[in-house]
Design a protein around this ligand. Structure first.
Ligand code: HEM
Length: 216
């Protein structure tokens, strides 16, 4: 009996998996945005901004850029979209990059002015990772290294998602034992650990058992 899975059904399973992953990312990003970012656009006053009021211009530039990157990232991974509308994929790619350039530039200022210096230090380097991963993705696509571009875009979006991850993890009572250093510790862990797991995923084929070569 032939037990091989037809190629078309294997493809559609992976597409469904990717679609679910993209929808989950978009859902979590939208929830974060609704809960944390929207208020800064809706209440433009000193009470709404609290301690951020003196840095409001930087915060607005940061949130606007971050919103763009957060929303556009998942669409860029959708291969059907990329194949059908390559021009739109390129345009959204530029918009994603613009979001990170603006959001990252403003993040450096906010990080340096953060109330807790060790927390600001961790976010400053999250900003560095934001720019570096994007830079590598752009260099790769400029040199038409498509696989490398995809891999660096995966890293770039993981870093984009870092602050979202931070927001959810910092709420965990389980970590209250860390005391005041909780913010800095999670400020590092929220992007370093996901990047580490991404490396395992991206390089798994290099450590997996070799496929037996067919004798000529
Ligand atoms: C991934 C790189 C990012 C870095 C390095 C970063 C950095 C920062 C810094 C330094 C602050 C000020 C923290 C403080 O003083 O307490 C901040 C606040 C904030 N960021 Fe980001 N951020 C990043 C991504 C994002 C993204 C993608 C969004 C999505 C819109 C975002 C939305 C916000 C919001 C809403 C605040 C205000 C604080 C709050 O109410 O949660 N950030 N960020």
């Amino acid at each position: 009996m032939d037990t091989t899975v037809p190629r078309t059904s294997r493809m559609s399973l992976s597409s469904i998996f990717l679609l679910l992953a993209v929808l989950t990312l978009l859902g979590v990003a939208a929830h974060f945005w609704w809960d944390n970012a929207l208020a800064y656009f809706a209440n433009y006053n000193e009470t709404g901004y609290r301690r951020y009021w003196p840095n409001r211009i930087w915060l607005i530039a940061h949130i606007a850029g971050g919103t763009l990157a957060l929303a556009l990232g998942p669409i860029q991974f959708w291969s059907g979209f990329k194949l059908r509308w390559p021009r739109a994929h390129r345009l959204l790619g530029y918009a994603y990059a613009l979001g990170i350039l603006a959001g990252g530039g403003a993040a450096f200022v906010l990080a340096v002015r953060a109330r807790l210096p060790d927390f600001g230090f961790s976010l400053f380097f999250l900003g560095v990772a934001w720019w570096v991963t994007l830079g590598m993705a752009l260099v790769a696509i400029r040199n038409r290294r498509f696989d490398a571009h995809r891999d660096w875009m995966i890293r770039s979006y993981i870093v984009t998602f870092g602050f979202v991850t931070f927001r959810y993890v910092v709420e965990l009572e389980l970590l209250n034992g860390l005391g005041r250093s909780k913010y800095a510790a999670i400020g590092w862990a929220c992007w370093v650990l996901p990047l580490l797991f991404a490396e395992i995923f991206l390089h798994w084929r290099n450590v997996a058992p070799r496929k037996r070569e067919v004798a000529a």
